[in-house]
Design a protein around this ligand. Structure first.
Ligand code: GDP
Ligand code: MN
Length: 493
């Protein structure tokens, strides 16, 4: 039996539950006309025996889980309330990017997929941006700013969005950790919403020490995929405390596993999936229809070498270039064996539905709408720079990243361009001492974190030129080409 599944994002009142035979499709009363039309079209094309409109009601969830349990696809975890373990086919542990498709009539039309009828928000596609996580950060004086960020897969989105700041007096609240839809409001302020209902996070490395808010979020009503299992009906993964004496473990294949074995207990891309509302620091405005006002956009990636802890773009146009030039070390995706530094512009590579040149032009066009638009500042961060000798991370990361957010926060409210910052070849970097290192301990090498080796950047710019030429070609906007040339000039000996 084939079934056409219609996923409906969080906005709950958008569409009511319906699991219907194809013939009765017309009788679903609350489907907006354009959605009903879309469904009929898909039904004609795909000829399913059944159509199910996914709505996310608790009854629906319980029903799906009960069926999956009956089929042996999920197992109830007796240690927690309403938690489930799913073990996938070992070959099916990550989205295969080369097999991810977006289907539209016209190749350049894919962004129509976000037409307003699927959500109660009127997403105006001409002025809409897509990024990843959104968080609110409040300083000790009670001033709050919202930051939208875009990191590629497994680069710390969930951890940043749910951060417990190591700096006293600062608080972080989470609006969302994976999707941000943004547009300028009538006052010219960029506003962002999280269209999702839950968190889908990487389990290994998540612990009370690294992300206590995530741990609280996943304590109930959670589905775990490809993690290890304990003999008392709980879960385990690399990064958690060793299991208590007497507790036996099974790995993600379901095979017996002992702490200290050389194989991994949990798959590196094993995940938790939990309702966002359970997050102890969920932002009070996380479901706001207007969205939250964005002061800063932060790009980032996993860069073991050459890329500083943080820098700010010289201006909007340069910031668009920084987004286009994003690269990140990748391992977890199914099709990438070994470690490679992949290009991942705007952390959108797997999702680009249309011409990359047009996408860049769209970002650039916001600058010429100046006057109406208060453009956010654009930053780039790298928590993952390594000591080339020891191979260990130079920066402690996690809650300590609040120190970097503090600098970003201050730069958003700055009164002059060079306040707390110095010009470098890549952008504005923090002045000596502008990152608060109090209480960090003496062995953080700030010099190494902000070192900008010319040979590295020469190679990087060459790599970028090749990438832009091959991937964007004639569609590369002149402004981005200009920014690349300017960087080439700056890194020249
Ligand atoms: P996401 O897939 O982008 O949401 O990334 P996650 O927040 O789930 O983190 C992916 C991996 O990076 C996990 O193993 C985390 O423990 C690790 N990670 C996250 N933030 C940091 C950080 O600031 N420093 C270091 N060293 N690792 C981090
Ligand atoms: Mn995540």
């Amino acid at each position: 039996m084939s079934c056409l599944l219609l996923g409906v994002l969080r906005r709950r009142n958008a569409i009511s539950t319906a699991s219907v035979g194809v013939r009765s499709l017309a009788s679903i009363p609350s489907l907006p006309p354009s959605v009903a039309e879309f469904v009929s079209g898909a039904v004609t094309e795909c000829k399913p025996t059944k159509v199910h409109v996914v709505t996310g009601t608790p009854e629906e969830t319980a029903d799906i889980l009960a069926n999956l349990e009956k089929e042996g696809m999920v197992k109830k975890l007796s240690k927690y309330e309403n938690c489930w373990l799913a073990r996938t086919d070992p070959k099916d542990v990550a989205r295969v990017e080369s097999k991810t498709v977006i289907v539209t009539k016209d190749q350049r039309d894919t962004i129509t997929l976000l037409e307003s009828s699927f959500v109660k928000h009127n997403v105006d596609r001409r002025h809409c941006f897509f990024l990843h996580q959104i968080l609110g950060i409040t300083n000790p004086q009670g001033v709050k700013r919202y930051i939208a960020a875009a990191f590629p897969s497994a680069c710390g989105k969930t951890n940043l969005a749910m951060m417990k700041p190591a700096l006293p007096g600062w608080t972080v609240e989470c609006v969302g950790d994976d999707i941000a839809w943004m547009k300028f409001d009538s006052q010219g302020k960029l506003r962002a919403i999280n269209p999702e209902n839950g968190f889908f996070g990487v389990a290994p490395g998540t612990s009370l020490k690294t992300n206590p808010h995530a741990m609280a979020t996943i304590s109930r009503n959670t589905v775990f995929t490809n993690v290890g299992e304990t003999s008392d009906g709980g879960v385990w993964w690399e990064g958690l405390e060793p299991p208590a004496p007497g507790i036996k473990l099974s790995d993600w294949h379901g095979k017996s596993w002992k702490y200290g074995d050389s194989t991994l207990c949990a798959h590196p891309n094993s995940r938790f999936c939990a309702p966002a509302g359970q997050c102890p620091i969920i932002d009070p405005l996380w479901e706001s229809d207007e969205g939250v006002p964005i002061d800063a956009i932060v790009f980032g990636g996993r860069r073991p070498e050459g890329v500083p802890l943080v820098y700010e773009s010289f201006n909007w146009r340069h910031g668009v270039f920084v987004g286009a030039a994003m690269r990140s070390e990748s391992t977890a995706a199914a099709e990438h064996k070994g470690k490679v530094i992949m290009h991942d512009p705007f952390a959108m590579r797997p999702f680009f539905g249309y011409n990359f040149g047009d996408y860049l032009a769209h970002w650039l066009s916001m600058e010429t709408r100046k006057g109406q638009t208060q453009l956010p500042k654009i930053f780039h961060v790298n928590w993952f720079r390594k000591d080339q000798k020891t191979g260990s991370f130079l920066w402690p990361g996690f809650g300590e990243n609040a120190r970097v957010l503090e600098w970003i926060f201050k730069r958003c409210g700055r009164t002059s361009e060079d306040e707390a910052a110095t010009k470098s070849i890549v952008g504005w970097i923090p002045q000596n001492g502008a990152i608060n290192t109090e209480g960090l301990g003496g062995n953080i090498d700030m010099g190494a974190l902000f070192d900008l080796p010319k040979p590295f950047w020469q190679k990087e710019t060459q790599e970028l030129r090749t990438y832009f030429t091959q991937q964007v070609g004639a569609d590369l906007p002149a402004q981005v080409e200009g920014e690349l040339r300017a960087l080439e000039e700056r890194v020249r000996d």
